[in-house]
Every structure is written in structure tokens, then in C-alpha cells.
Write a protein that binds this ligand. Structure first.
Ligand code: ADP
Length: 369
């Protein structure tokens, strides 16, 4: 999603003291640009959840200001209903959020309360359950599901609201590795439709490659905010926050120092760029769901429609997750690759191709539909 320069959420010197005296947020001033992908990182107890609960009005600041869409958050009942139509919050623990017995009822609850026509509610529930891969469990009792499945239901309930801002508090904790990748793919899809996506995470690797903006918070204070590259270059901040340096960042720094080059990227494909000898890149074949002609090299898929096409047609696609990145790696290694890609996600590919082009390498892309 192209980041616009408007601000969707802003806090100014926000303080929050819990009953009992815990001063959980200290003069927090952050600006979240509209359409941005934001990762909050920091140790447990830093105040991330407390801040998120201010974003959708569950908590009201002790002092300072918070604005949504350039207006002060209105904590009246009417104001909060309006705010929560736009700002969906997936809590860290799904059991704090889910209160229906049956999966599909929980997902339908939000849209139903927006007074949407029943057909629209049904469609939103179907789409949301499909996105998180829970459509087959839709009639099941939630308390029979595993933790990871309950978390997916909580995410689906938020997706069904089609929020302008989707906030997910440690969304990947408790999910299996496949679902972790899938979740970031979903976040990209939501972002592509124009929503701002905010997450908290301990996973610095993904924060580094996924986010547009990284905000480090420690003991209730914001220690740094900036691009992933800026923030993860601040070793003193990382040390204070107990965060490790993303492997890709470290590798690139190391190679650049040794080769005297200056290539710092956010993904493994940039590491490869930095390492590569003079080998001609392969061609990237971009297939649209529905196309079933000849494949070239390894096959991957990115996006719900592509995933659904590949699965329905039993296409032999070994690259199931993080497929744009993996396919570019193959191509940079001199092989061809085939990427089933939803047209709505072209910008994710375009951005990576631009990264590569910035290093003087043009990847040939051929589209098939
Ligand atoms: P994070 O999400 O970064 O792990 P939290 O926002 O959950 O951090 O917590 C920030 C601080 O506020 C911690 O010291 C935590 O113990 C405290 N805290 C969280 N919830 C409550 C509460 N309901 N009552 C009192 N203190 C709380």
C-alpha cells in the first residue's frame, strides 16, 4: 500500500496510570501514517497492549492527547461505537475477546451489529473465515478449538469488520509457522485494500522485512521510531529494549563491510544481491489465478485468490509462504520462477523489484493470464 502522508492515529504526551499506581505509558508521542504497516517492538510489560487499548478507546488516558483521523477521540458511548467501527483490535489472548459459542457466530457478531444486510454479513463471514483458513470449522464450538485456532477466529472477527485500522497484539504468538507466514500475507492484503495495520511482535526478523515503520517501546516510553533500517541500526536502543539485530541486517552489514559495498536491504534477496557473482538473473513468470499453462522453475503463490486456485487445481507449488521473496531469490540465483499472484497484491512485488532495480539489476517479468 502506498503510504499517504496523512496521519490516522496520533498520541501526544500520552500517560496512563493503572488503578493501583502502575505508570504504564510515559509521555508517549507517536504518529501513525494512514495506510502504513507498523510494528511495535519491545519487551513484555513495555506498554504495547496498554497503548493499543488507547487506540480503540478501551482505555482512556490519564493525561495527554489521542487523535483518530485528526480528531480527539470521543469517549462517549456514541463516539466509541463510531471509533470501533473503524479501528479493530485483536487482543493477545483470544479468550479475552471471543464471547460467542460457535465460530461463525463470533465472526458475524461485529458486522451484524453494523446493521448490514444479511447477505453482506454472510459474505463477510465467509471471506474472513476463508482468509484465516477456518471455513471448515465454522460450525464448531469455540471452546473445542486449539489456542492457535481460537486466535485465527479472533483475527477473522476483526477482518469481518473491514476496519480502516487493524491492530493485532502479538498476532503470531501461538500460531504454527505456516500460519505465521499466512498472517503476514493477510496483513498485506488488508493493507492493500487501504487499511492501516499495526502489530506488536517479538519477531524482529519479520518486523524488519514487513513493516514500513518500527516503534520501539520500553518501560512505557518510546525509545525510537523510524524505518526498519533506521531503528535496527541503533544498537544502543536495541540493547536497552533487549532486542536482537535481525539476521538479514547483520549479514548485509557484514558483507558490505567486507566487500566495500553499500547494500543494506531488508530481505534475504538483498543479501543475495550483495553476495552474487555475475550471473544473469532468470525470468519471473507471474501467473494470475485461472491460468494453467506452462510453469517455469519453482512455483509459489501469494494472496487468497492465488492460494485458492493453486489448492483447488492441485498445482505443484512447493513455495507456499513468503512466495514473492522466495521467487525473487530463485531468479537472482539465475533460475526461472513462477509466481501465482493476486492482482491486488502487485504492489508488494513491485516494491521488491524496485529494491532490486536500485542495485542495478533488472528482473524480467512475464505475465500470464
Ligand atoms: P506489553 O503489551 O508491552 O507486554 P502491557 O501494556 O501489557 O505491556 O503492560 C504494561 C505495564 O502495565 C506492565 O508493567 C503491566 O504489568 C502493567 N499492567 C497491565 N495491565 C494492568 C492492569 N490491568 N492493572 C495494573 N497493571 C497492569
Amino acid at each position: 500500500m502506498k503510504v499517504e502522508m496523512t496521519t490516522i492515529l496520533e498520541t501526544k504526551n500520552l500517560n496512563y496510570v493503572y488503578e493501583g499506581g502502575k505508570h504504564a505509558l510515559r509521555n508517549v508521542s507517536v504518529k501513525i501514517p494512514t495506510g502504513c504497516k507498523v510494528a511495535f517492538v519491545g519487551p513484555n510489560g513495555a506498554g504495547k497492549s496498554t497503548l493499543f487499548m488507547h487506540f480503540n478507546g478501551i482505555l482512556k488516558q490519564t493525561d495527554g492527547e489521542i487523535e483518530y483521523d485528526l480528531k480527539k477521540v470521543d469517549h462517549s458511548k456514541k463516539g466509541l461505537i463510531q471509533l470501533r467501527k473503524d479501528v479493530a483490535f485483536v487482543m493477545q489472548n483470544p479468550d479475552d475477546q471471543i464471547f460467542n459459542v460457535i465460530v461463525e457466530d463470533d465472526v458475524a457478531f461485529g458486522p451484524f451489529n453494523l446493521d448490514l444486510p444479511m447477505d453482506e454479513v454472510r459474505k463477510r463471514v465467509d471471506d474472513a473465515l476463508k482468509m484465516v483458513g477456518m471455513e471448515e470449522e465454522r460450525k464448531r464450538a469455540i471452546h473445542h478449538l486449539s489456542f492457535g485456532q481460537r486466535k485465527r477466529v479472533a483475527v477473522a472477527s476483526a477482518l469481518a469488520m473491514q476496519p480502516k485500522v487493524l491492530i493485532m497484539d502479538e498476532p503470531t504468538a501461538g500460531l504454527d509457522p505456516e500460519m505465521v507466514h499466512r498472517l503476514y500475507e493477510i496483513a498485506d492484503e488488508v493493507n492493500m485494500k487501504g487499511s492501516t495495520v499495526i502489530i506488536s511482535t517479538h519477531d524482529v526478523e519479520t518486523a524488519y522485512s514487513w513493516a514500513d515503520l518500527v516503534i520501539v517501546i520500553v518501560k512505557g516510553e518510546v525509545l525510537a521510531q523510524g524505518t526498519p533500517f533506521e531503528v535496527f541500526s541503533m544498537r544502543d536502543v536495541l540493547e536497552k529494549a533487549g532486542l536482537s539485530v535481525p539476521m538479514v541486517h547483520e549479514l548485509n552489514e557484514f558483507i558490505s563491510l567486507n566487500k566495500g559495498t553499500n547494500i543494506y536491504g531488508r530481505t534475504m534477496s538483498t543479501v543475495l544481491l550483495n553476495l552474487r557473482r555475475a550471473c544473469a538473473p532468470g525470468t519471473l513468470y507471474v501467473m494470475r489465478p485461472g491460468y494453467s499453462g506452462e510453469m517455469h522453475g519453482r512455483v509459489g503463490m501469494y494472496g487468497s485468490a492465488s492460494r485458492s486456485f493453486v489448492e483447488k487445481n492441485a498445482v505443484d507449488a512447493p513455495i507456499r509462504f513468503n512466495a514473492i521473496e522466495r521467487c525473487i531469490e530463485d531468479v537472482l540465483n539465475g533460475n526461472d520462477a513462477t509466481l501465482y499472484l493476486d492482482e491486488t497484491l502487485d504492489h508488494v512485488l513491485d516494491r521488491k523489484l524496485l529494491d532490486v532495480a536500485a542495485h542495478g539489476i533488472t528482473i524480467m517479468v512475464e505475465e500470464r493470464r
